[in-house]
Structure formats: C-alpha cells, structure tokens
Design a protein. Sequence first.
Length: 163
Amino acid sequence: MDDKLAIFAEIGVAIAGFSGIVAALGRDPFETWSPARRRLMMLLLETAGLCVMFSIAPMVLGELQLPDTVLWRISAALFAAAHAYHMVMINRRGTSTDTAVSRIRSKVLLVAVPVLAAQVISVFVGGLVILKFAYFLALAWHVVGGALSFGILLTGRVDQDAA
C-alpha cells in the first residue's frame, strides 16, 4: 500500500515541477499573466500540494500504530475536509466575467462533487476496502486536475478564451 501512495506523492511532485515548465515556456513574464492564467497556476500548485500531502498522510498516521480501518478513516476524513475546502476556495476565486475559468470550473465540479461524496460516504459507512478505494479515487482525481491545469496553461487557451 505504501508503494501506491509513494507513486501518488511522486506524481504530485512532478505536477509541481510542471509549473516551472509552464513558467519557463510561457511567452510572457509571470507579472503580465491574466488573472485566469494566474488562477490556473495556483490551482496546479495546490493540486500538487494536495497530492503530496495526502499521499504521505496515511504513512505518517501509520506511525501511531492504529488499526488499519481507523487509520484510513482518519486519513479519508482529513482528505475529504481538505478537498471540500479546496472546492469552496476555487469557487470563491472565480469571477462572473472570467468566462474561460467559469467554464472550466463548472466542468470540474461535475466530477469533483461525486468524488467528494464518495470520500464522505466512505468515512461514515465504508469498510477498509471502500475507504482505500475512495481515497485513491480522490488522489487520482487531483492528479487529473493537475494535468488538465498544466495542459491548459501550456497551450495558453485560457487567455485566448478570455480575450
């Protein structure tokens, strides 16, 4: 199990590294980026942070030598809380005039809400297998979100749509 979590942590670090690629390959200095592009970069970095933090959380909590179900329930509850907070903050950052980001955000929420629901349900009624599945599903979702942000930033489409 630790091997799978380590893979997600490595992916999270790689996603964070992608932000450097985006900045280096970008046509304009960061100071001149549009608000939409800055928000996507922030989302990319936050996603990487969530992947890394919650990939190692079960391993760190494992040092408490709790029963597996308790360990995963605590990890899942913490991750679900962070995921919910992240979703709220993403929605608060958006503006009604920023159509490109609004379109992206609405599509992301179509997947993020069910993933969060699976996390919350697993905390309250899931056995060990369900807890782990929902946890890995949420980690995978954040990896996909980071990859999408990276792709959009690299292509510059968010700036084209906003113009």
